[in-house]
Design a protein around this ligand. Structure first.
Ligand code: SAH
Length: 408
């Protein structure tokens, strides 16, 4: 082990790493002994020689190394199997692997930098039960160990098929080409999963984007708890996770809105699968236009619960200010629609928008809408997307469920 290359940090660059952050940026490194290649293991030391763990070298990336262990140990097949086993044990505390779909591996937050694995449990198109994986290899280190990861997954989870979805743009930052396709067994065009007691069609394929957002599973149930007897508007509905949950929880009616035709079609199919077609309608529209028109029509009072679950408007630090304006606008419109008294469940999945800045945008919107917000519940991402200390990037999904009240 002592023969392997070692990187030494510049003076005073160790604080973040000591707190648990796994990334070492190119400009934090003083020097490297040996000549590590892409995906090679390197030891990490402070400028004074204190050992900080083992990392993977990625010369093309600004994130020049990712720590995978606090110890001096190899990132080999046995290590991968052990980390995967840890991740599954963690989830078995509240999930039932025989019935529940879950994010089985959440990259750095599960000690496997760059690896994301979603596991879907359900039925194929012919009603045959099974489980299927969707895997993303997003860093140099995990790409170099792809075969070991695939066999560890096969061994631990015995899936009927594995779909690789390594087509995220972040791969380019690591100097990696996109790759996707079935890499083990077979994966049906369409499968049906059970979530919150409802059936949803999920497509893991490379074609249309109607995958499934597992991170909102618990928020769908928490939001639906406010739906009984109300007219519900689910904006940015995708395949209708919130919409159907709300309908099943006793909403009077649900209108779901998404800009994607595939998503709108999926909502209709999912409503049908659950016998909720009479109370759930979906329309294809741009959310900004839809909310502006609804607001202009003076639809005040017609909705009792509005859900806002937009895509990440802020994709990086530079786009944050514009993103905040977007979050403020949709929330302002929703608050106006609810000003007669109703509940808003509003989410942001952008890591770059902090919880406090999101809250400030909501309060700005409330001020402009002339309403008081009564905070009912603060929400985060589902537990199978763990948040760990020292690694702020692991906490990305924020949500607030608030009662909107006219000022008196
Ligand atoms: N609420 C969903 C997840 C939403 S993901 C769930 O529970 O699964 C974000 C969705 O916003 C995507 O389906 C995308 O098609 C949609 N979207 C993105 N920009 C939009 C816009 N301007 N107007 C309406 N929908 C939009």
């Amino acid at each position: 082990m002592s023969q392997r290359p070692e990187l030494r940090l510049r003076p005073r660059e160790e604080d973040r790493l000591l707190r648990g952050h796994p990334w070492i940026y190119d400009n934090e490194i003083a020097d490297v002994s040996g000549s590590p290649g892409p995906g090679d293991e390197v030891g990490v030391k402070t400028s004074r020689g204190r050992f900080l763990g083992s990392a993977i070298w990625s010369p093309a990336s600004k994130i020049r190394a990712r720590r995978y262990s606090w110890k001096d140990e190899p990132f080999d097949a046995a290590f991968i199997e052990a980390r995967l086993a840890d991740a599954l044990v963690r989830r078995s505390r509240w999930k039932d692997p025989a019935a529940d779909s879950m994010r089985a591996v959440f990259a750095e937050a599960d000690g496997l930098p760059g690896l994301i694995v979603d596991r879907f449990v359900g039925e194929d198109g012919e009603g045959r039960p099974g489980s299927w994986l969707s895997a993303q290899f997003l860093s140099r280190g995990i790409e170099a160990r792809r075969e070991a990861v695939l066999s560890a997954l096969a061994k631990a989870l015995a899936p009927d098929g594995i779909m690789e979805r390594s087509d995220s743009p972040v791969r380019a930052l690591e100097g990696l080409e996109p790759r996707s396709g079935v890499v083990a067994g077979s994966v049906p065009e369409r499968l049906t999963i059970l979530e919150n007691g409802l059936r949803f069609g999920v497509s893991l394929g490379t074609g249309q984007k109607t995958g499934w957002f597992l991170d909102q599973q618990e928020n769908r149930a928490a939001t639906a708890a406010w739906a009984r007897g109300r007219r519900v508007l689910d904006v940015f509905c995708n395949a209708g996770g919130f919409a159907l949950c709300a309908a099943a929880a006793g909403a009077e009616s649900v209108l779901a809105v998404d800009a994607s035709a595939d998503a709108v079609r999926a909502v209709g199919e999912n409503a049908g699968l659950n016998g909720l077609g009479d109370r759930v309608k979906a329309v294809e529209a741009n959310a900004f236009d839809f909310l502006r028109d609804a607001d202009a029509c003076g639809a005040d009072g017609s909705y009792g619960l509005v859900v806002l679950d937009p895509p990440a408007f802020a994709k990086n630090k530079a786009s944050l200010d514009g993103a905040v304006r977007g979050y403020k606008e949709i929330n302002l419109r929703a608050m106006k629609l609810l000003a007669g008294g109703g509940v808003l469940a509003t989410y942001s999945c952008s890591f770059w928008l902090s919880r406090d800045r999101f809250l400030a945008a909501l309060e700005d919107a409330a001020t402009d809408a002339g309403v008081t917000l009564r905070y009912l519940e603060e929400r985060g991402q589902a537990h199978d997307h763990p948040v760990v200390s020292g690694y702020a990037e692991s906490r990305y999904l924020k949500g607030f469920i608030v009662a909107v009240e006219r000022r008196r």
